[in-house]
Design a protein around this ligand. Sequence first.
Ligand SMILES: [Zn+2]
Length: 96
Amino acid sequence: MKYGTTKTVTVAILLGALAIACGGQFLTDKGSSEYMMSVYAALVLLVVGLGVAFIWGRCPNCGQRLFYRFLKWKKCPKCGKTLDNKGKYVKPERLK
Ligand SMILES: [Zn+2]
């Protein structure tokens, strides 16, 4: 996944998790099956979002793993290059 795409997807998934968590909190009765569903859905989305950040959240220049920190860092701590290279494909290590 490209660096820019990873950023967008991660933020979208995490915001989705937050939205579901808030929605479940306010719109359903605590302890009801809908409430539990929203809790599980939010947790699953949270895990998926962190998974995406974990696998693809790396420097497009040197491959340094940044995890969730790629959302706030502008420059790679390892190679010092700016992290705005949207066109570059980042190959995750485990899929090589
Ligand atoms: Zn780097």
